[in-house]
Ligand binder design. Sequence first.
Ligand code: UD1
Ligand code: CA
Length: 447
Amino acid sequence: MSLSAVVLAAGLGTRMRSPLAKVLHPVLGRPMVGWIVEALQAVGADVVVVVHHQEDQVRAALAPLGVRFAHQEAPRGTGDAVASALSLLPNAGPVVVTAGDTPLLCARSIQRLLATHVGSCTVAAFCAADPTGYGRMVPGVGVVEEAACTVEQRTIRVVNSGLYVFDAAYLRQRLPHLQPHAPKGELWLTDLVGPDAAVVADFAEEEFLGVNDRAQLAQARGILRRRVNRAWASSGVDFADLDTISVDVGVQLEPGAVLGLGAVLTGACRVAGEVGPHCVVHDTVIEPGARVLAGSVCDGASVGAGAVVGPLARLRPGADIRAGAHVGNFVEVKKAVLHEGAKANHLAYIGDAEVGAGANVGAGTITCNYDGVSKHKTTIGAGAFIGSNSALVAPIRIGDGAIVGAGSTLTQDVPADAIAVERAPVKLTEATAERLRAHYRKRAGRS
Ligand code: UD1
Ligand code: CA
């Protein structure tokens, strides 16, 4: 039978103190509510998200996930929220209901609740360290909201998790008849969880950590980070530790990849090589045997087999570092190919360029790619040698095997195998340095 799910996400989330809708706060590259949607889809559910506050934002963010939306007219309580999704649900069959702000809930737990479900309602419960604020599971009664509890019932620590499986026909029959509760006139979904409801009470409290403020958001991120890291580690990825390394959900790691302390991988990366400590890597491909060393920042780049980048290098979009090439410390590469075995080991800017195989770009070399209006290309031939502190004013071509003398500012092409040196002649006057210093001392009154 087809499975449906309703995610309640119409609440405001004032305590986040954020202009962004609460359920859209990113957790490892996915909006918080996306984690729940993903877990529900993993068990095969057709998901309906109930929206109200910042509805347009939420709809836009979740559209790629292939969910449907139900508009709740006003947030009049959890019962009203599910009622507003009724028209999108089938007439009969199981419906999972859960909140949108519990990103730690696993597909496995949802599956476990579904497996026990037979009647009209099955509810997931857990034993809370502190039950304050939760509905209590009162034997022979069902869920009793805290506001309605007797003093004795308040001491019960087994609480309603907010995850349920209902039969759709039961929801259709009961929801239209919910009675509002004083003082706010809310309609409570928990009024549908009576003495006949099946209770599965051994769920882990951690999975139901609700995110209501930024501290809980950070806590949820930490837990999910470890969960994601542990899964990758068991697939053969080497993690320096499980706590400080952050791997977003769009990142693909290959067995044998190595991640250093504090490495942060975001966007659509594919990593088979090594990412050193404290690197930030976004939308980047790192091939097997490639090494990105400590403190490097890569964005939209590609690092080929056996290439070495860093420490402290910066690869910007379009940086294509081919097999065996080297990019050293304080080198910035943008929209440029470094062909096989090319090297730029220290302090350089290589932008809008093509650097031939085996070429050597000396320390301090700058491709002057921008004239204030347009960008221009620099081409450096295979095996060329660019002396330190050269400025290559683009558009310019340095031919294969050419040599550019240190300190040259070049504004014209250099043919293959040529030597180009642009340098003012040296003025050299012998035996004058000490005389000049004496003059300066006298002028300063220190003779
Ligand atoms: C609810 C349960 C409580 C349970 C607890 C678990 C009810 C009446 N009580 O209480 O028994 O222990 O969850 O966390 O259900 N929402 C809407 N529309 C609304 C109201 C709420 O979409 O009109 C959404 C919220 O955005 C939230 C979820 O429903 O994601 C839960 O609502 P909330 O008001 O937080 O319920 P609790 O008081 O936590
Ligand atoms: Ca010069």
